[in-house]
Ligand binder design. Structure first.
Ligand code: UD1
Length: 332
């Protein structure tokens, strides 16, 4: 099977490309390097010792997508490419709607033209908004609080409508919790160019003294230590979830929805302390006000993915913290 991985040089896309190649799939990557580095192509080849086709193109460019599909016999698409910064999406909603939704529509129309009928979408637990209870199950009500999250929710709805109309289409909506960690080779990981928005990249900048102090956004939440609780998942476990979803799509049509999380919640302070302990570093922090739009706690009920896909996250929080740090110190 040949899989088109859009955004395959990005953080989650690159780890998934590695696991696909390791599992014996043929891979075609398309990436425009908007938020990724060209050297990731060679790093994936180094890790896997396998070759694959790469296209530097924008997924909104229909002509370019058509060229890829005419040159490669694509059996399934895993769509990672997209803008993902929450704050920026509030400033530039038009850019977010254009890019994230257009790219998906272009891919779906080209897939239809070329008879490619399997689509795995990179969704997010952000579609659950502020959940009424925990852990979060797939049938919880959906809502969003920012344009980034709304693009994910709209795309889920678009895919659901198209799968209803086109009965031969198979779609997996994978709702990620909080991916952290890096490849054990330390060749792939998350390396934001600017000041990071997300917690783990920020902790890493502080641990390596590139930034002086971590701001913890609130210690007065209704959680065990007052700081926000999230379901952190190792990016390699997350990548493996995509392989399981693809296997499932071989035999099913319609829309399948899965939470990809560990089911365990850790607080901001848990993560800071674990990073300090396992990496023998200091992460100075100060408590500041809550970040607008943040929720107290969010973690998955991963039972459906376990029962239907045979997938569970294996790697623990210590390994996540170690792998994140190893990647960062080797790539400063
Ligand atoms: C954020 C996004 C979410 C997106 C996800 C993945 C917001 C409100 N939500 O989720 O839509 O899908 O990233 O990219 O941005 N924290 C600090 N200090 C920091 C950074 C974070 O204390 O410098 C805290 C947060 O308050 C939160 C936890 O760390 O309690 C995790 O934050 P983050 O990594 O940004 O993830 P989410 O907020 O879960």
């Amino acid at each position: 099977m040949r899989i088109l991985v859009t955004g395959g040089c990005g953080y989650i896309g690159s780890h998934t490309a590695v696991e696909l190649l390791n599992a014996g799939y043929e891979v075609v990557i398309v990436d425009n390097f908007y938020n990724s580095q060209p050297n990731v192509v060679d790093k994936i080849k180094t890790i896997t010792q396998k070759d694959f086709a790469f296209y530097e193109e924008d997924c909104c460019d229909e002509k370019a997508m058509r060229k890829i599909f005419s040159e490669q016999k694509i059996d399934a698409v895993i769509h990672f490419a997209g803008y993902k910064a929450v704050g920026e999406s509030v400033e530039k909603p038009l850019a977010y709607y254009r890019n994230n939704i257009d790219s998906t529509l272009v891919l779906l129309s080209v897939m239809k033209e070329f008879g490619c009928r399997k689509f795995v979408f990179s969704s997010s637990a952000t579609v659950y908004g502020d959940p009424a209870s925990l852990p979060i199950k797939e049938d919880f009500p959906l809502s969003t609080t920012n344009p980034y999250g709304t693009t994910k929710l709209f795309i889920e709805r678009i895919l659901t409508d198209i799968a209803y109309a086109e009965k031969d289409l198979s779609v997996a909506l994978l709702r990620y919790f909080n991916p952290i960690g890096a490849h054990e080779s330390a060749l792939l990981g998350e390396s934001p160019n600017d000041i990071p928005n997300n917690l783990m990249p920020y902790i890493m900048k502080v641990a390596t003294k590139q930034l002086p102090i971590l701001n913890i956004f609130g210690d007065d939440y209704d959680t065990p230590d007052g700081t926000g609780v999230r379901d952190y998942i190792h990016v390699v476990d997350l990548a493996l979830g995509h392989i399981k979803a693809l296997e499932k799509l071989e035999h099913e049509t319609g829309v399948l929805i899965y939470n990809l999380g560990t089911g365990k919640g850790y607080s901001v302070l848990d993560l800071v302390k674990t990073c300090e302990r396992v990496n023998h570093v200091e992460v100075p922090y100060q408590i500041v006000g809550r970040r607008p739009g943040d929720i107290a706690a969010c973690y998955a009920d991963p039972t459906k993915a376990k029962e239907e896909l045979g997938w569970t996250a294996e790697k623990g929080i210590e390994e996540m913290c170690r792998d994140s740090y190893n990647f960062v110190i080797k790539n400063i």
